[in-house]
Design a protein around this ligand. Sequence first.
Ligand SMILES: Cc1ncc(COP(=O)(O)O)c(C=O)c1O
Length: 409
Amino acid sequence: MATTAPTIVSSHHLATLKYAIRDLAVLAADVQKQGHKVLYLNVGDPLKFDFATPPHLIEAVIKAMRDGQNGYAASEGYAPAIDAVRREAERKAIPGVHNIFITQGVGETVDICLTALLNPGDNLLTPKPDYPLYSAVLTKLGIPVNAYDLDEENGWQPDLADIERKITPQTRGIVLINPNNPTGAIYSRQTLQAIAELARKHNLVVFADEIYDKLLLDENADDAKMIAFGSVAPDVPCITFGGMSKNYLVPGWRLGWGIASGNQQAMAGYIESIHRILRARLSANLPMQHAIPAALDGPQDHLIEVNRKLRQRRDLTAAWCNSTPRVSLVAPKAAFYAFAKLQIPEEAHEDDQAFVKALLYEKHVLVVHGSGFGQRAGTNHFRIVFLPQEEVLTQAYANMSLFLAARYQ
Ligand SMILES: Cc1ncc(COP(=O)(O)O)c(C=O)c1O
């Protein structure tokens, strides 16, 4: 007689785990299967478009493999890669760096740094809208999300009053994504100084995710310069996150790092916990780490072309948003994301997610709804990735204009 096997119960923590960007890709595959060409404005991988890895990085990795560099690396990272990141921290004007470690992408840096810090009952301030990896890791750890607003009225700078309101005795740290995904904002010196003040007062660790720090679209404007958090607050316990995926066009190589600065004595136990996890997971890819010195210390020429293309595509995107009824945009100053606001008429009785799905099914354009980034209810936004070539963007925006006009009059 057949017996029913007992159900395999999964972690309760994961019941609410969502990753809107990739979840939507499943629906897009469905639309594609129906024979339609989908215009993808959803995924932040430059290699899916007309951007190419600088050849000298590929050479560095091939050489490492040919030279037999195919074993495990040291758990904290390959020493010349760590040295290159230390020089990069100097260029970012971060003083007092006391620890550096290399990871499998910033995704792993986030996972390790949050896991090593948080205990049950603690909370961590994360931005709203956020890059969903942060809430995913917190969900995995069983830590509630304590989200602070980014203020659209103030160029998407963090809302300092909201941060202060949300700090509790259990708050252990704050995540700053600068330049920001999904808004493309760059934080001002005043914002960074004010956050440093709050971190000092409440004994917070600052996680400065600066993975987009070289994709600067208006570098000559005073309000669009990149300032590293660690450079304005050398005393504040801080881990700066950086990586190769975006600036150096190798997201598939999975290379990231953490740079610890600020009060070394206060951070010693925490840094040791980070290293315990680093050792337990053995190491990041060794041959790929050979590209880190080549990238950080080598020619940066590719960035001129990358930023030129991004600037043109940003301008095209902003022009469409600003000339389209019901759409508005705080123009991004960095990275390749635009977080546009959408005014959906009340009579339509639909939210941003319904808009995104209908747009995909009817006009085959894929963007991601603002609530997928935890943006607060009652507002409607969508994130555009403006990496595709101008022809694709122009076609996508024409489709969206038709869709909006027909659906919302
Ligand atoms: C703000 C931010 N942090 C981290 C990551 C993850 O980067 P990595 O490819 O290095 O894991 C991303 C990727 O899109 C990101 O946007």
